[in-house]
Design a protein. Sequence first.
Length: 280
Amino acid sequence: MIELRNVIKSFGDKAVLKGVNARFDKGKTNLIIGASGSGKTVLQKCMVGLLKIDSGEILFSGTDFVTMSGEDRKLLRQQIGMLFQGSALFDSMTVEQNVMFPLDMFTKWTRGEKLERVNFVLERVDLKGVNAKRPDEISGGMKKRVGIARAIVLKPKYLFCDEPNSGLDPRTSMLIDKLIHEITKENDITTIINTHDMNSVMEIGENILYLDQGKEEWKGTNKEIIFSKHEKLNDFIFASEFLKDAKDMRALEERGIIDNDRNMDKILKEGSIDTGEGKE
């Protein structure tokens, strides 16, 4: 678990994070959402130590990252996996070398032990047999999966993902979401995802923090967000008429008013939706 207590960060006289309080639970996909400039990226960079906060606490399993010794921070960073927005693979390295890189940096394993772990995580992300390929020889979705494999190769306790679906088509985005969610559950990881992808919010948003101008405006789950009356949140997530209609339909499904397995072709032909009202 990671807990934030009154985290404040400014650049000069510009306040970016204005006393953020949040808790990100172990074994869940925790999402941070908000418009561009809301402070999502700065918050994530503060949590992994790339930026120093002005004040507040960042607690990793109860221990404050801010007041840790340099040695303790080094040990903690070995427990953190990072999936970058652009995957950030080394173009001059093969897939195998990219995934093995953290093992080369932080372990004293034998070559055979490293290769066994690399092959295991590549197979887990459905990339068996691509070890010798280079990044320019694989698709965008495959690059993301290589990035995930590298992020989990050290068996991290914490996984940070920055816009993991950026630049991907909808179907591939859903596959990446599912993979991150499954890996989080399998390994009981505290996963934190910065995202603009509303499909991710609705499908894997087990714990959601909505930031607006550096402040937490709303916290909840993907179930609760459907019924939220928070005006700023709804204007951000359900900005179009199509998405507003989709929200209404999901709300009706959650309340059991309409069947999730309904036959829309049949409904359109009949010209009505059976809500079940009047049935005994």
